[in-house]
Design a protein around this ligand. Sequence first.
Ligand code: SF4
Ligand code: SF4
Length: 454
Amino acid sequence: MSKITFPIGGVHPHDSKIAAQRPIEMLPLPPVVYVSMAQHLGAPAKPVVAVGDSVKVGQVIAEPGGFISAFVHSPVSGTVKGIAPRKDLAGNPVLHIEIAVEGDEWMEGIDLSDTLVTDIPDDPAVIIEKIKACGVVGLGGATFPTHVKLSPPPGKKAECLILNGTECEPYLTSDYRIMLERPKEILVGAALMQKALGGCPCVVGIEENKPEAVKAMRAAIEELGWQQKPVRIAVLKKKYPQGGEKQLIAAVMHREVRSGALPIDAGAVVQNVGTSLAVYEAVQKNKPLITNVLTVTGKLLPAERQHNYLFRIGVPLSFIIEQAGGEPDGAVKLVSGGPMMGKAIANPDATTVKGSSSVLYLGAEDTVRKEASACIRCGRCADACPMGLEPFLLNRLCKAGDLEGLEANAVQDCIECGCCLYSCPANIPLLDRIRIAKGQVIGAIRARAAAKKQ
Ligand code: SF4
Ligand code: SF4
């Protein structure tokens, strides 16, 4: 058994990878897509098309709205029918471009062949520019624009690129499937990012519950003849949240990213394996980020109704649900993402975005929580917290509305992993409260910093 893991906290939920054996299938084209302008971290993108315009697959339809932002491309060919606010997953209004699908005509220059392209451009700037032009963002959850992450600020140097293949959230299997089905492309994507970062080594972290993925990635290194290259596979202990950036850095590099610091301050750049595949497609195939893989899963679905779909980004969730046979009997909650960090789907008419990773059906067995009772001061939440926080104390400060106390006790370091909630015998809604308080404290910190600048 692997001993490599992060040192503090963590929990061991059942991994429930029910869809793991289902190969990636192509989701059919829907009649209409709604492409969100806010599907990456940072400023929303600004539309550059107008109602009535014809667009092709891969055409730029929105440009970055700031330094931290990303290009958005049309996932389909057709006619722009509307540019208007539409409700996102949580029911909040977000600007979307509506495109009626007509045929499937791609922009010239996008290589749709299966031919593997392994030549790495000599100039890092060429790689970074291509990644930016293709709208690549982190697909591990944070959706941070990849070209920014691959451009460390002056004075900072990447000493290690860590590829996150842990997929530690229960139920999710899209990363697992791409490691089985596209391992060479992922490795070439990693080599491109290594080049962009100045030639640092790369470690691919995979949890021990995915031995087939470890085998496939190791075989791909051999088949590429890359045994002498600075890339290796690290098998990590199965422990949630192994895929958290700070936890991966601690596990692989034995370094701590201190409060308020960034991974690059510890010499690390962490990218998801899905992002690496997107980088490969952008740089080597000229293909913008218009597709991703999403898992449809849950214990309520029989094996044949579990899916890993290659979908066009902007397809409505309701279309995916329909294609997968509709909502199963007994479903009481629909989640986008895993059960630990995912978000409840309040609006099934919402559209998929670059970071969409799953449609997860939860039944009563998975969701019914006993009523919260008083804290019994057992300390399990603090033992489970991978950030070394004291969730019981944060909960008390939340209830008192004590923002100063929350900041002094580092609520801003919370990674919203849910380990505290998972381990609390009193069923106290720790994560919900802490998440809201964290938002308020970060808002106050930013306001203070802005006032200082004036
Ligand atoms: S959600 Fe936040 S407070 Fe709770 S265990 Fe995770 S990091 Fe700690
Ligand atoms: S786990 Fe729950 S009951 Fe135990 S100390 Fe934390 S908040 Fe209190």
